[in-house]
Ligand binder design. Sequence first.
Ligand code: FAE
Length: 550
Amino acid sequence: MLRNMTPNLTRRHLLGLGALQTAAALGLTRIGPAGPAHAATASASRRTGSADHTPALVIGSGYGAAVTALRLGEAGIPTLVLEMGRLWDTPGPDGKLFCTTGSPDHRSMWFRTRTEAPLAQFLWLDVVNKDISPYPGVLDRVRFDSMSVYVGRGVGGGSLVNGGMAVVPQRAYFSEMLPNVDAAAMYDRYFPLARRMLGVNTVDPVWFESTEWYRFSRVSRKHAANAGLRTVFVPNVYDFGYMQREAAGQAVRSALAGEVIYGNNHGKRSLDRTYLAAALGTGNVTVETLHRARAVRRQPDGTYVVTADRIDTTGKVVATRDIGCTRLFLGAGSLGSTELLLRARDSGALPDLSEHLGTGWGTNGNVMTARANHIWDTVGANQATMPVMGIDDWSNAANPVFAEIAPLPMGFEHWISLYLAITRNPERGTLYYDAATDAARLRWTPAQSRVSVDAARKLFDRINLRNATIYRYDLFGGNKTFADDFTYHPLGGCVLGRATDDHGRVRGAPGVYVTDGALVPGSIGVNPFLTITALAERNIERVLAEDYAR
Ligand code: FAE
């Protein structure tokens, strides 16, 4: 079954979508250009004559990885993509690919016995989380001592679980964070390219003003305006034409049925329907799912070998494979790519990797908060899950904050205004390799999160004061008014120009590249996936032009 498709699919997308669809139906872990029935002879190994070597190996299938796989495939380079999660294209017994947020089941989270939703409580009661059976579910919460990180797992990475907001960062801040990147090229070429490829669109402002589904945004806009604050529409990759049909009762509901963090069954242009479908359509790209890359080593001839564990749906390792590659592209996300390189450096496999590896990690200043509205300021029982508006106070030099107006769709009126604030937090953490657990750990303290809370508090104190409202204490556990112990936006660890060169080439390992959010130094001021996509486009274009021309 194909989820509803993007309006401007090319023949290449359709070929790729067909391969994804058939692979899922057959329950295969290998999805290749020739279709899954021919998986054993899929292109990457066929062309090199060896089942264990591929010219290009991409780890992960999120934004950076998907861009890289497509451009390598278009250039005619046989490419293998390894993804630790599953392909989300097979309906469960309920006929749906993904479970709902309200009734999560095994599909919701990555090998858990209970869900770990960001909003743990309502009226101090643990009514949100549910017991589930362990399974390679689509959302993971990676826990470190004072910070946990939400990430997507599956073909498409974070695009499967995120809120779809596709925001171009403020140019001055982009240049401050990434001074060695030519901003003109990014803003003239790569951001527009990324927007087009991802299918970015904007809610119809006329419909927005009248629909019950965005009443919660309009109420928050009014309260922001009362405090003299500006709001802006935020573009998204959710198909708003589809959403309007949902509202009219003409299409199966997804964003209007509470679906988001555990996946959208319809409407969202996730990477499996954009970049990855196009990549498979080139005929040169193969995806292997349920494969977790664990180790990287260099061969005497300068090629690399990646050791990967193949797991089954119980999490058991059913095979361990060594896959050789001429070039290795890491797209396992900020945590995944950094961990692979830290392990390789500190275990002695790639001893020349940079001392900057693991540094420059940040939460993008994420902090969540909620306000209690007056009884007459109803936010609506019906709320769309895709945010479309933000309070934009980033130009306030004294306290820059960009706060997305977030939905809280509970199916009844609760008078809560929820926000995910992105603050300009200069604090940076460090990821390091812990040999005892063979995993990356994070040095990050509660004091470092407090910087984000202080900035968000200044903005929301102002809104509360002008509207005579208060914070909610019952949602985040421990009577907290700010959720400062998790992030949706992990960034950094292999920062561009430090652990890599200015185009993602890993220092100390020629032929290895970082393609994902690990390149961005901890903060970008807006939701990050558009920046990650555009940077990946820029970097792979240069790598194809220079490194493959040699
Ligand atoms: P990412 O998308 O995380 O992909 C990495 C992939 O690599 C995943 O599929 C992993 O399973 C896989 N992987 C990791 N380790 C391995 C390994 N060892 N072997 C094989 N595979 C591996 O990387 N951002 C926005 O811009 N707008 C939003 O509205 C937004 N909302 C969000 C909401 C939620 C709930 C979450 C969790 C995130 C949200 N984000 C949002 C963040 C966004 O999804 C994230 O920045 C990008 O997905 C990061 O892209 P990367 O390419 O870095």
